[in-house]
Design a protein around this ligand. Structure first.
Ligand SMILES: Nc1nc2c(c(=O)[nH]1)N[C@H]1C(S)=C(S)[C@@H](COP(=O)(O)OP(=O)(O)OC[C@H]3O[C@@H](n4cnc5c(=O)[nH]c(N)nc54)[C@H](O)[C@@H]3O)O[C@H]1N2
Ligand SMILES: Nc1nc2c(c(=O)[nH]1)N[C@H]1C(S)=C(S)[C@@H](COP(=O)(O)OP(=O)(O)OC[C@H]3O[C@@H](n4cnc5c(=O)[nH]c(N)nc54)[C@H](O)[C@@H]3O)O[C@H]1N2
Ligand SMILES: [Mo]
Length: 763
């Protein structure tokens, strides 16, 4: 009987090599498997594992709050599990008794690993809720702006993601596919919780074979499969809203906007039109207006508007566009442009809010809610928009705006993290270093000695998905997976669940937290609950024991073609949207009523502070795009040979346009320093004509590795990015608005130490 495991990168089969050791192989039938996940059993990653519970030396000797500036700079003392659990339980108790649960930040953002029971965020939230609650977070780094703007103007992101028009429908009906930010294969390797068969590359191939024409708009060309033979329209980073406005203006000038659809399915076009024509502000958003902002020739904009309206056109947008200052605007204007074209709800027309950022979009599989560990109820009302963590830590009690409401930051004494890596995901890491000194105690559960683990006070070693039993399921990926334990836990690692259960016992909470179940008890329970819910929907799956033995449930019989918003188009009264008006809101009364200085009631062009058009931009400043890495997921498996093999002597690559490289006398392989007022890091030059002039690209994910003088040696772009909200509406992550300079070539002999364990002492 074949055994399987699920990971964010896909489902893998578990085989035995000649020595009888387990090894992973691609799932039979997967048309485009990801190599990333094959490295989960790579022995090379074991060198970075956390073996035993460890406590920062000063914290252990002097107690909570001791020498916070030494976090990441002093040795850890390895202690027994008994000692570590006693310390953590006592500290949770101390903080809640002395300062209340509002002093515990348990937002704990992060992707962790696949598996529905051992989902680290669910576990830590459930535990902290059982213990009286915690300060939480909303939205994600992925979609900070979109999570706030999209439900107000069209639909929740989750509802959009689950009903994208399927690839087969696009192959049959789409004539023109226009994408802002490509459809990167690298990103479509993953789906949170477990990609099934990888459908994006074959989907694009089928469209190309059917004769669909592709246009790729943005600063990079190599984010769309070459099979698409796309026309690349170079557009300055962060300027897409201006381009979309000019396209919209041209539609109106030609009298080609769909006034019928705008009247029946949208509200507020009349409030937006005076802005578009310039009647409102004296600036007509013409192609000539957009040319100097975007770098796209006006003539090409005019022609593109006509091509779009003359063909069955699918528009697509990468999520990176909203991960920028005023990131709400490109998404709002994108939906407005699609509405003006009037093809929303037609087969192969309309828009996709992200073909490419995950394998999911374009899935034919039915949405069925998976097994879910209840997180309980959180009595604490205070939260942050997820990317405002450093602001919160640095400004306790300060006010902030979010989604139209005024709130205050909590005064955090303790951080409890499981399943995420803030020193990977956050912007302006030098600022985070300052903020990280605020709490008295930082506890992290980690399998690996990441930069965040090295900067904690107490590190508890946890198992990986290879080392425990779980249920693998990602909505609409087409499979349910029995993730049977493949190998024993590394050293003294324990499951997040077992750690929290042991803490709950010490706090007298083991019954409400554990409900008397062990790992397999929970799996049976969660599976049984789900099986009952699915039966009500007419979907029959086997009994748990059969599923566990067979290893995989194939849900493809539930698959069917999808046309996004088909029902809404057919009858908007019978199938209204979830917006206040039930229609697409080109003008939002709600947002207008907030009276925000940086987000009005309709989409607008707003220039970011940091972009190529910034007034006074110093000569030679380049726009840095810090996109998702192709050889790993975020920081995960950065220590694998697959990820390290794509770097140059352990330095992350920085992709530079040939003209920019020539101007600086740089060639392939040169080591350079990227710097701005916030930080400095090293990178190895890759001269790449697929990156437009004035732009450099360095993927995220190389583990943060600063020298004492502040130079980051490994190539982590988050020492350079801005830690500001997208706007006071959504307060999302704005990493993609970032200017840098390059210095080099330089001789950099400093060894990358990111994968070394910290100095460990024995108690
Ligand atoms: N500059 C810039 N920055 C960005 C982005 C960008 O585009 N540009 N993208 C942002 C986006 S979209 C995202 S989603 C974030 C991602 O940021 P994160 O989700 O924080 O990144 P990961 O590297 O996936 O971190 C997951 C951590 O969980 C650990 N882990 C894995 N399994 C388990 C487990 O079972 N238990 C426990 N306790 N731990 C486990 C892993 O070892 C890893 O350290 O980064 C954001 N940061
Ligand atoms: N291999 C791998 N896959 C991943 C991830 C990973 O870490 N590794 N992370 C996953 C996660 S959590 C998320 S949220 C998604 C993120 O999905 P996205 O946010 O869509 O991904 P990015 O790679 O940040 O950006 C995609 C491309 O957008 C283009 N781009 C950047 N700025 C602009 C701009 O201003 N205008 C235009 N037109 N284009 C621009 C760049 O070419 C960039 O390569 O990816 C997911 N997939
Ligand atoms: Mo993300």
């Amino acid at each position: 009987m074949t055994r399987y495991t699920a990971s964010h990168w896909g489902i893998y089969e578990v085989h035995a090599d000649e020595a009888g050791e387990p090894r992973l192989a691609a799932l039979t039938g997967d048309p485009d498997p990801s190599e990333i996940g094959l490295h989960q059993l790579d022995p090379a990653i074991l060198d970075t594992r956390v073996a035993r519970p460890a406590v920062r030396k000063s914290w252990l000797e002097k107690g909570p709050g001791a020498d916070p500036h030494l976090r990441g700079k002093e040795p850890f003392v390895e202690v027994s599990w008994e000692t570590a659990l006693d310390l953590v339980a006592a500290e949770v108790e101390r903080v809640r008794r002395t300062h209340g649960n509002e002093a515990i930040f348990g937002g704990s953002y992060g992707w962790a690993s696949a598996g529905r029971f051992h989902h680290a965020q669910s576990q830590v939230h459930r535990f902290l809720n059982t213990a009286g609650g915690y300060v939480w977070h909303t939205a994600s780094y992925s979609l900070g702006a979109a999570h706030v703007i999209m439900p107000r103007i069209v639909a929740r992101m989750d509802d959009l993601m689950s009903q994208h028009t399927t690839w087969d429908v696009m192959a049959e009906h789409t004539e023109l596919f226009v994408t802002f930010g490509g459809v990167p294969r690298k990103n479509a390797q993953s789906s949170p919780g477990g990609a099934g068969f990888h459908r994006v590359t074959p989907g694009l191939q089928a469209m190309a074979e059917a004769g669909v024409r592709f246009i790729n708009i943005g600063p990079c060309e190599d984010n769309l499969d070459p099979v698409c033979r796309a026309e690349w329209i170079r557009c300055r980073p962060n300027s897409d809203t201006a381009l979309m406005l000019a396209l919209a203006w041209q539609l109106v000038a030609d009298g080609r906007h769909d006034t019928g659809f705008l009247a029946t399915h949208c509200t507020g076009f009349d409030r937006f039109l005076p802005y578009l024509t310039g009647e409102a502000d004296g600036v007509a958003k013409t192609p000539d207006w957009a040319e100097p902002l975007t770098g796209v020739p006006a003539e090409r904009i005019v022609r593109l508007a006509r091509e779009m309206v003359d063909h069955r056109t699918m528009l697509n947008i990468a999520w990176s566009l909203q991960r920028a200052e005023f990131g709400e605007q490109p998404f709002w204007m994108f939906v407005t442009l699609a509405a003006m074209l009037g093809q929303i709800g037609l087969p192969g027309g309309g828009f996709g809010a992200g073909y490419g950022p995950a394998n999911t979009m374009g899935t034919p599989h039915r949405k069925l809610p998976g097994p879910t560990l209840s997180q309980g109820l959180n009595p604490v009302a205070r939260y942050i928009p997820v990317a405002r963590i450093a602001d919160m830590l640095l400004n306790p009690g300060a006010e902030f705006l979010h989604d139209g409401a005024r709130r205050t930051y909590a005064d955090i004494r303790m951080i409890y993290w499981a399943g995420g890596n803030p020193y990977h995901h956050h912007q302006d890491l030098n600022r985070l270093e300052m903020a990280w000194r605020k709490p008295e105690t930082i506890v992290i559960h980690e399998p690996f000695w990441t930069a965040s683990a090295k900067r904690a006070d107490i590190v508890l070693p946890v198992t990986t998905a290879m080392e425990r039993n779980d249920l693998g399921y990602s909505s609409q990926e087409g499979f349910l997976v029995a993730m049977r334990q493949i190998r024993p836990p590394f050293a003294e690692a324990r499951n997040d669940y077992d750690i929290f259960l042991a803490l709950a016992e010490r706090l007298g909470l083991s019954e409400p937290f554990g409900e008397g179940r062990d790992e397999m008890g929970w799996l049976r329970h969660l599976y049984g609950q789900m099986r009952g819910r699915w039966a009500e929907k007419g979907v029959a799956i086997p009994e748990f024991e059969t599923f566990w033995e067979e290893g995989l449930v194939d849900l493809s019989s539930e698959a069917a073609p999808v046309v996004m918003f088909e029902a809404f188009r057919a009858d908007p009264e019978a199938h209204p949207l979830s917006t206040p008006s039930g229609k697409i809101e080109i003008f939002s009364e709600a947002i207008a009523s907030f009276g925000l200085p940086d987000c009005s009631g309709h989409p607008e062009w707003r220039a970011p502070r940091e972009w190529l058009g910034a007034p006074g931009r110093a000569e030679g400043m380049l726009h840095l795009i810090s996109d998702q890495p192709s050889q790993k997921l975020h920081s995960q498996l950065d220590m694998s040979p697959h990820s390290r093999g794509a770097k140059q002597d352990d330095r992350e690559l920085v992709h530079v346009n040939p003209a920019d490289a020539a101007r600086r006398g740089l060639s392939d392989g040169d080591v350079v320093e990227l710097f701005n007022s916030r930080g400095r890091c090293l990178g190895a030059v890759r001269v790449n004509p697929a990156v437009m002039e004035g732009v450099v690209r360095m993927a995220t994910g190389s583990w943060y590795d600063p020298q004492p003088d502040g130079l980051e040696k490994h190539g982590n772009p988050n020492v350079l990015t801005q830690d500001v909200g997208t706007s006071s509406l959504a307060q999302g992550c704005a990493a993609q608005s970032c200017l840098v300079e390059l210095r080099g070539p330089i001789n950099a002999d400093a060894r990358v130490t990111a994968f070394d364990r910290p100095k460990l002492l024995t108690a």
